[in-house]
Write a protein that binds this ligand. Structure first.
Ligand code: SF4
Length: 384
């Protein structure tokens, strides 16, 4: 397959700082800092490392006023195009918009703060601030924090429709208020869901630039393979204008997200694709978040590696174990796993599906997890 044979969707041009996403531009590879945003030195160093590896945009998590103040100081010290990742505190967009190049908001998180303010009013304000500051937006829809109003409308076992409906709803609303400088992402930890959700969205809105990502893909090499499965199938169909490979990596190796992302793009355009694989996993599937400044204990990456190592003892069993770095997304994004762990500062919360099994110190959690794996396997009627 040569470059000419991929017919890319004719998406709108969305300028982000000195780069343009969409409109036939090369697919832009981006990443997110995992350092604490308030740690200026470490965050600037990571931004520089990501930029040196080729990141076109670097995202920073901003959850509080302190983070916002730090982010503003960071933007004075680095050259990169900076995107801010908002969580519940949507009003921080007003403070940040004049200093950054793009803001990502999550439709699901708009329902947490100021519940009486309708989401449309919040998005209108965010778009106004973005317009006043001449910056772009991303509507970032995520499996672990889907808009609760959309979730109610669909059967509980349908993971894809609420993601797509939420992305379409926000796209339509932004268009209706005359704001077109946005990209959309529909992320899940299951590559098949990512493929199907993005395919459905792009079918209905082929002109909207798409940011591709498999969230909580996990540790290399499995995390890269999972991501590659989704990206190969979408990019080869012309879907995708920017992307991130979300990997669980120590801070000084975070630049691998960029090099791996670029490698996948180059391979797809050069025809070095694997045969179409349906990602139906036999054996353990370890999902772990890529970590970000919200990680509350630095041992998170080590724990994810230990869980992966432990899972090798269970190669004959289809088990999904999710390991998340913090309480912001940890509780929600572990719900769909057989067993979930989410990290707090001095203990790790353990879950079986949506049920909480308690909190355990870091040096006891693996033993407890092992017991739960054994008990889960025994409770299954037949060996998968
Ligand atoms: S789970 Fe928490 S630490 Fe991990 S990437 Fe998501 S927000 Fe960051």
């Amino acid at each position: 397959m040569s470059h000419r044979e991929i017919s890319r969707n004719a998406t709108r041009a969305v300028r982000v700082g000195d780069r343009t996403i969409g409109a036939g531009n090369p697919i832009l590879v981006q990443s997110m800092c995992a350092t604490h945003t308030t740690d200026l030195e470490a965050t600037c160093r990571q931004i520089d490392a990501l930029s040196a590896a080729g990141a076109g945009i670097v995202r920073l998590a901003v959850d509080s006023r302190k983070d916002a103040e730090a982010a503003i100081r960071i933007t004075d010290q680095v050259q990169a195009n900076i995107c801010i990742d908002l969580q519940e505190n949507w009003r921080l967009a007003e403070t940040l918009a004049p200093h950054v190049d793009k803001i990502r908001y999550n439709p699901g998180h708009l329902h947490h703060h100021e519940k009486k303010v309708p989401w449309k009013e919040k998005v209108q304000r965010i778009a106004d601030w973005a317009m006043d500051s001449d910056i772009a937006l991303r509507v970032g829809v995520n499996c672990g924090s889907v808009d609760p109003l959309q979730k109610e409308k669909w059967p509980a076992d349908d993971a894809i429709s609420p993601l797509v409906a939420s992305a379409l709803e926000h796209s339509e609303f932004l268009d209706s208020i005359g704001f077109e400088r946005y990209v959309v992402s529909l992320k899940d930890s299951d590559p098949n869901t990512v493929i199907e959700a993005n395919r459905r969205f792009a079918e209905q809105r082929p002109e909207v630039p798409v940011h591709l990502g498999v969230t909580e893909a996990g540790l290399p090499p499995d995390g890269i393979i999972k991501t590659r499965v989704a990206f190969e199938q979408l990019i080869s169909k012309g879907i995708g204008d920017t992307l991130r490979v979300s990997l669980t990596l120590p801070n000084d190796e975070k630049h691998q997200e960029i090099t791996e992302g670029q490698k996948i793009i180059d391979d797809v355009f050069a025809g070095r694709v694997r045969s179409v694989v349906h990602y139906a996993s036999k054996g353990p599937n370890i999902i772990s978040c890529p970590s970000c400044s919200r990680v509350e204990n630095g041992d998170f990456v080590k724990l994810a590696q230990q869980v992966k190592h432990l899972s090798k003892e269970y190669q004959e069993h289809s088990l999904t174990i999710a390991v998340m770095g913090c309480r912001v997304n940890g509780p929600g994004e572990t719900d769909d796993a057989d067993l979930g762990l989410w990290c707090a500062p001095s203990f790790v919360n353990l879950k079986r599906g949506e049920e909480s099994l308690g909190a355990y110190p870091y040096d006891e959690i693996l033993e407890k997890l092992k017991q739960e794996i054994e008990s889960l396997i025994q409770s299954r009627p037949t060996t998968p």
